[in-house]
Design a protein around this ligand. Structure first.
Ligand code: FAD
Length: 627
């Protein structure tokens, strides 16, 4: 029976402060004449001395207050006229303080001189974009987790990205030495799958099964416990024990064509012999990695993601990418790539975190009051949403809203390191073809919810470190431990509080609609969800999964941070939904063209959602600027 809010502990006094479900434009002061707002030009938050957003809990990621101005501009066509001239002149103004924007500032100083004056404008209350640090101090020693990007996919790095990391003092081999994180599959626990009572009729936690790596310790016993029809259980047993080539006699080109033209779930049903019910179990496995289900991805894409298939293509193993394939070959900081953002900020503004380096950055407390100092050559201004960027008098002008005031600064160059889909609203003078290309790039919505538990006892008693959850909002749950890098330690044997990361995306209302419409629909659903919706969801899952092992849902949760990312991964082209573009004509290639004194970065510019792509595109975009 569904539990009441009281039974789930919704009334408990945990740390979930400072969320407001829906902040209104009125509360931001935007219904008043904007020029009427006077205040400190820097826009530094009033509470700068104690201002330290990494410790904030509640609704984070795209938090209330961060997006309303942008939505008023881009969705409602609100006009932002008559800005107050701040009288500030820069060499470069960067729109967006994510990794791409920070890297662009870094490269600009290299190309145009270390004394270049740079202003970075960021609409959130913290820098880093998706590279966001979640810091917990409840119930014991500091615990870190990531609010967004975490993996450094170092085998894919270009020479440019490698070079930047080296200059920041990052040694991948050192990071690997301290890396013991396993995406829910050990070292203290077996991979597992959690079937919830609401979706499957009963709570059932089945160990010894890794969805994505195709690992099943004992198919007969494992699938017998799945709360599915007998036909579905049998189809899974057959699927996991078969070894054959279902495309025997077909040429490589023919096989490749099939693998790129049908969805993974269609393949499971047509060639894998799974029932609809069994195939549907896989839909959520890709939510955290693509923002859509495996029913919208080609077989080829799902092979790349490590899902089981190779054993039906004549290979001995189910999946091609090994046991830990959820992450592949990756290195990590304990706050994910927030450490990269922090090291970039330190390189640009050393006074913000004196003495920080790649070996201690995880423990460094950054002084946010020093991000925007008038005498610093580089300044970073938070809570500042840019609403217009234009070529102007041989340079550029940039207007932005900070705490209800519409302000304008001038510069020699401007760098748009923000979402491309937003650029047509910021730069209406761009050529029509370029604006159309930018609108094509619909970011994939994602959710990363961190829940701080009092301890790991229930996980340990069950012999798991996480689980797949095919019936729930977040498709996977993992304990965050074992990233002992950059001065931080949290070992698998440590007692005390532990962050648990819930990972996934919102299922769109109808999976058969075009994929970019799915993203837009999921984004709308995500933005309509309140913090309480997320809290109820994670409490329900933890109670059902860990309750039998002594977890007390009313007492054992100490803090919750929801990182919602309505504009998450950059849009990369998908087999089932996008055409092959002629060289130079793909939307991202048109979208990133420089325009006068304005250049365009962001991971969108590479049509690939990676940290190294954000860096590569910053480097290219700085090269696009004319001297
Ligand atoms: C949950 C999640 C997990 C991820 N995991 C990984 C991973 O493990 N490994 C990996 O390599 N990549 C990962 N990524 C991809 C990630 O997007 C990139 O790695 C990289 O961080 C993107 O950086 P960016 O600067 O291009 O964009 P962003 O991080 O989006 O930064 C752009 C910034 O510009 C701001 N902005 C937008 N419009 C305006 C405006 N008008 N005015 C002012 N500011 C504006 C945005 O709010 C944002 O802060 C993940 C992404 C998400 C969302």
């Amino acid at each position: 029976m569904k539990k009441t809010d009281w039974q789930l502990g919704m009334d408990r006094d945990i740390t979930r402060r400072d969320f407001i479900h829906d902040i209104s434009l009125a509360s931001l002061g935007l219904t008043l004449p904007l020029a009427a707002f006077a205040g400190t030009p820097s826009g530094q938050p009033a509470s700068a001395g104690t201002y330290y957003p990494p410790t904030r809990t509640g609704m984070r990621g795209s938090h209330p207050g961060a997006f309303e101005v942008a939505h008023a501009l881009a969705r409602e066509g609100k006009k932002f006229t008559d800005p107050v001239e701040l009288g500030e002149e820069y060499d470069l103004v960067v729109v967006g303080g994510g990794i791409s924007g920070l890297a662009a500032a870094y490269y600009y100083r290299k190309r145009f001189g270390a004394d270049s004056r740079i202003l970075i404008l960021e609409n959130h209350d913290d820098f880093g974009g998706h590279a966001k640090r979640n810091e917990f101090h409840q119930g014991g020693p500091m615990r870190l987790s990531w609010g967004g990007t975490m993996n450094l996919e170092y085998p894919m790095f270009s020479a440019t990205a490698k070079g930047l990391l080296t200059e920041l003092g990052i040694d991948i081999d050192e990071l690997l030495e301290g890396y013991d994180f396993h995406y829910g599959s050990g070292p203290k626990g077996s991979p597992s799958i959690y079937f919830d009572a609401e979706t499957f009729g009963r709570d059932e936690l089945v160990r010894g099964y890794d969805f994505r790596a195709g690992r099943v310790d004992d198919p007969e016993a494992t699938f017998e416990r799945f709360p599915l029809s007998e036909a579905s259980r049998e189809s899974l047993k057959r699927f996991y024990t078969r070894r054959e080539n279902v495309f025997e006699g077909k040429s490589e080109a023919e096989v490749s064509e099939i693998l790129r033209s049908i969805s993974y779930t269609d393949f499971l049903k047509r060639y894998g012999g799974l029932t609809d019910e069994a195939a549907n179990l896989y839909i959520k496995t890709t939510h955290g990695y693509w923002g859509v289900g495996a029913d919208s991805l080609s077989v080829a894409e799902c092979i790349g993601a490590g899902l089981p298939i190779m054993h039906l293509l004549g290979q001995p193993e189910l999946s091609g990418s090994g046991e830990d394939n959820a992450g592949g070959d990756v290195a990590m900081f304990p706050d994910g790539n927030a450490s990269i953002a922090r090291l970039l900020v330190h390189a640009l503004m050393p006074a913000v975190a004196p003495g920080s380096n790649a070996r201690n950055v995880a423990m460094a407390r950054f002084d946010y009051a020093r991000l925007d100092e008038a005498d610093s050559p580089v300044r970073l201004r938070l809570e500042s949403t840019v609403v217009n960027v234009a070529n102007h008098d041989g340079g550029a002008s940039v207007s932005y809203v900070n705490q209800g005031r519409l302000l304008r600064v001038r510069s020699r160059h401007a760098m748009l390191a923000c979402y491309h889909a937003m650029i047509p609203a910021l730069c209406p003078e761009l050529p029509a073809e370029q604006k159309e290309a930018q609108k094509y790039q619909v970011k994939r919505p994602l959710i990363l919810t961190n829940v701080l538990l009092r301890d790991s006892k229930a996980f340990d008693a069950l012999g798991i470190s996480g689980a797949y959850c095919p019936g729930r909002l977040h498709g996977a749950v993992w304990q965050v431990k074992g990233v002992n890098t950059a001065g931080y330690r949290h070992d698998w044997d440590d007692a005390g509080p532990v962050p648990v990361m819930f990972w996934g995306s919102v299922a769109p209302p109808d999976a058969s609609i075009p994929v970019r419409e799915q993203h837009r629909a999921s984004r709308a659903l995500l933005l309509a969800m309140s913090f309480e919706d997320f809290e109820r969801e994670v409490r329900t899952v933890l109670d059902g999964m860990l309750g039998p092992a002594g977890f007390d849902v009313r007492k054992d949760i100490v803090a919750i941070t929801v990182n919602r990312w309505p504009h998450g991964y950059a849009y990369d082209y998908l087999d089932l939904w996008d055409p092959e573009w002629p060289e130079g004509q793909a939307p991202h290639e048109i979208a990133r063209r420089p325009f006068g004194n304005i250049a365009i970065a962001n991971a969108d510019a590479g049509a690939d959602a990676y940290t190294h792509v954000a860096i590569d595109e910053a480097w290219r975009a700085v090269g696009d600027l004319t001297v």
